[in-house]
Write a protein that binds this ligand. Structure first.
Ligand code: SAH
Length: 354
């Protein structure tokens, strides 16, 4: 019989499970908070031996194991390579922002989206992470660092909306007051633009922040660097953003990776401003728009080169002139290869050589 993943259970589901193995319901209140602090049932001193044994018979508790840990000498950013129970590895990054610690987590082992600039997608998708593994990254990083994590961004390896059910379950779990209690407003989900799933997410009306990896303002440029654009083009994507805003009232932020000579000219900036203003700002519903500019991290397989400082500044200035707030992403952990996918890939390549 397959064992139940303890970390994926809601408080009510845990109650039901306990009742089914002859334990009182209230036991859930003793167990749930401890699980989310990183203790396995075997390590819990507030429950009896019989309870621990009964639980061990029907459930599993695995926290991702720290396989490698890199600490940036520049800004204290910590990058974890976590090993999952089946030996697969994913990356998480713990970053210090003005308002506290935020963790960037992975949602899949690998990725199927095929974006040309991205290191995570080179070997394709191996599998989805479970809700327990999504949560496990946050718990394991908090436990290892001894710090309280106040925010989450889903910008690590994988496409979160390609793992929809586990991600939605994880969001509810991490928001539980009995557990980590991280507010939805401190959680961002980044997507390359799976329009049908953006619509499903909108229906849930969660007050999280949605980030759209746009990276180009016309179909020709976008399709050349992001294959998903051939399924859901720029117009379809922006229309779904509009629906998302109308349904949830939450502003959306856009990510735009600047690649020298591909999407970073003044014309590209004008085109982007026009697109966002035309698609998202009508008289009835006017969305505040924020664009995050990210000079591309150079991944050797892609051959893409990051835009120079002058081009980045000019690009941002054109957006601002058109009423669009633009910030250039601060580079954190530049000395530890902190952008997603590179550590996992490097470790796998090394293992293959040995
Ligand atoms: N699949 C999701 C989330 C993971 S990627 C998404 O596409 O949004 C998180 C962000 O990093 C995305 O905006 C992605 O496009 C960007 N990204 C990936 N590789 C990058 C690179 N080499 N340089 C800069 N940004 C990159």
């Amino acid at each position: 019989m397959e064992k139940v993943e303890l970390l994926a259970l809601s408080p009510v589901e845990l109650q039901e499970l306990l009742v089914s193995i002859g334990e009182p319901k209230y036991r859930a209140g003793q167990i749930f908070p401890q699980l989310h602090k990183g203790l396995s049932p075997a390590q819990m001193t507030n429950i009896g031996k019989l309870t621990r044994e009964r639980l061990a018979e029907v459930t599993d508790y695995h926290l991702p194991k720290v396989k490698r840990k890199l600490v940036s000498a520049l800004d204290g950013t910590i990058k974890y390579l976590f090993e999952l129970a089946d030996g697969n590895c994913v990356e998480s990054v713990l970053m210090q922002y003005e308002h506290g610690l935020t963790i960037c987590i992975s949602t899949q082992v690998g990725c199927n989206m095929g974006c040309k600039f991205c290191a995570s997608t080179i070997g394709g998708k191996v599998r989805n992470l479970t809700a327990g593994e999504l949560l496990g990254q946050v718990i394991a990083a908090a436990k290892d660092s001894g710090k309280i994590i106040g925010g989450i961004v889903m910008m690590g390896i994988g496409e979160p909306l390609d793992n929809f059910d586990a991600v939605v379950r994880f969001l509810a779990l991490v928001n539980c007051p009995e557990g980590l209690n991280i507010g939805y407003r401190h959680i961002s989900l980044s997507t390359c633009g799976l329009v049908d799933r953006i619509d499903r997410l909108a229906e849930l009306k969660l007050p999280i922040t949605l980030s759209i990896s746009l990276h180009a303002a016309d179909d020709e440029t976008r399709s050349a660097i992001m294959p998903i654009n051939r399924k859901y083009n720029v117009a379809a994507l922006l229309a779904s953003c509009k629906r998302y805003f109308v349904a949830t009232g939450r502003r959306i932020s856009f990510e735009y990776t600047l690649i020298a000579g591909k999407n970073d000219s003044r014309e590209d900036a004008e085109k982007l401003a026009l697109l966002l203003n035309r698609s998202l700002r009508t008289r009835q519903e006017s969305m505040p728009i924020h664009v995050n500019l990210i000079p591309v991290n150079e991944v050797k397989e892609s051959g893409f080169v990051r835009s120079g400082a002058r081009a980045v500044k000019a690009f941002a200035a054109i957006l601002e002139k058109n009423g669009i707030r633009a910030t250039v992403r601060r580079t954190l952990g530049a000395d530890i290869n902190a952008s997603c996918g590179q550590l996992r890939k490097e470790t796998a390549e090394k293992a293959a050589k040995e």
